[in-house]
Design a protein around this ligand. Structure first.
Ligand code: PGA
Length: 247
């Protein structure tokens, strides 16, 4: 399975001009011999503009959220509108959306609607905190099962799970790869309990939370198939370093 490097630009980049500049810089620093898929996720208006103006092939475009129904839903974005704008990937259930009200059930609907529109959803999961008793595993099991609750084993290769624990986002340093490896193993086991081992082995699982070019190297052997950097993805040199670590 191909690794996936996804840059979540959040609202760090807020004009098409700045987006173009960053994209150009990433393209310029893009390492040689990259085998991973590389995706940038600006906010929607910028993603659509950059997609339309990008003649290259090596960077794909995503955005940061999507809705699950057509019709009377003022202010939402439909999966089909993304797909027809050349957007291929979409984050769903990022913690910064969950804080504003997205439940596991809504995330599950968004993921299913995205797949239906032939988008590739990146479904974010992760516990708010860790404790000595391992209560975070109980939280995570429900979080994963419910967020994937409207998909089935036959969709296994059509989405990505991003393990994006709240306690690790926006920190000075990324957590140790050993902790991430252990938790990703648990996530895969949870999926195997739902759909069987064969399907679970087809699901790509990536990690996000304070990753930069330096820490990315340590994650190569953490049993993950990619990374989801936030801050480091809007620094072209850092992002190129992260891509390189997974190539
Ligand atoms: P960060 O963000 O890399 O800036 O910690 C990661 C995320 O929100 O997924």
């Amino acid at each position: 399975m191909k690794s996936l490097i996804v840059g979540n630009w959040k609202l760090y980049i807020n004009s098409v001009a700045d987006g173009k500049k960053l994209l150009k810089e990433i393209d310029k620093r893009y390492p040689r011999g990259v085998k991973a898929e590389v995706v940038v996720c600006p906010q929607l208006s910028i993603a659509a503009a950059l997609r339309a103006g990008y003649g290259g092939k090596r960077i794909a475009f995503g955005t940061q959220d999507v809705f699950y129904e057509d019709g009377a839903h003022t202010g939402s974005v439909s999966p089909k509108s993304l797909a027809t704008s050349g957007i291929r990937f979409v984050l769903v259930g990022h913690i910064e959306r969950r804080i504003l009200g997205d439940t596991d059930e809504m995330v599950a609907k968004k993921a299913a609607a995205a797949i239906e529109a032939k988008l590739h959803p990146i479904i974010c999961v992760g516990e708010p905190a860790r404790d000595q008793e391992g209560g975070h595993f109980t939280y995570l099991a429900t979080n994963v099962t419910a967020s994937l609750g409207r998909l089935s084993g036959k969709d296994a290769a059509r989405f990505t799970v991003a393990y994006d624990p709240v306690w690790a986002i926006g920190q000075e340093e990324a957590p140790s790869p050993a902790i991430i490896a252990q938790t990703v193993m648990f996530i895969r086991k949870t999926i195997a309990d739902m759909w069987g081992r064969e399907a679970a082995d087809k699901v790509r699982i990536i990690y996000g939370g304070s990753v930069d070019a330096e820490s990315a190297k340590g994650f190569r052997d953490a049993g993950i198939q990619g990374l989801l950097p936030g801050r480091a993805s809007v620094d072209a040199a850092e992002f190129a370093g992260i891509i390189k670590a997974f190539s």
